[in-house]
Design a protein. Sequence first.
Length: 184
Amino acid sequence: MSDERRIQTASTDQLSAERFAAVDAVCEAAFGFPFARAWERVGQGIHVMAEVDGRVVAHAMLVDRRIYVGGELDTALDAAYVENVATLPDAQGRGHATAVMKEASRIIGEEYEIGALGTRDQPFYGRLGWIVWDGPTFVRTPDGERLRTAGSDGEVMVLRTARTPAGIAPAEPIAIDWRAGEPW
């Protein structure tokens, strides 16, 4: 395997069946379980892929979501939520995930008010400019009710962009729209 890496992006509907199968294989190999339900849960988005010698070796996905911040959770932000960051086990440790996340972060900076993700691997994202959201976490149900998601406290990270409102502080409450499965 050479070390020449190529970064590509495509929306879900632009991926051929073969390319989607390659992305799915990366995620399944990295996470160790079938990924069909994960794709259903996150829906459509933008896939950022690292390719080496014609093979997809790393992946991240950006999904359009709404984030709500502030004491009353009344400031709504257009967010890119990062999903399914994965690298093939035999390609790990070569900077592929870093390259994928740098491109994902560039897209977030150009297109969104904020980036968000849920993770326990904070050092990896922290060195790429992401910060831990220290405030309490919530999910907003379709009828607007706010439900506490204490299990996600300390696992949400955000990436500020030039469009992130200046008064947003990571000690404030944060919420995300409900979805089946894991909201964060």
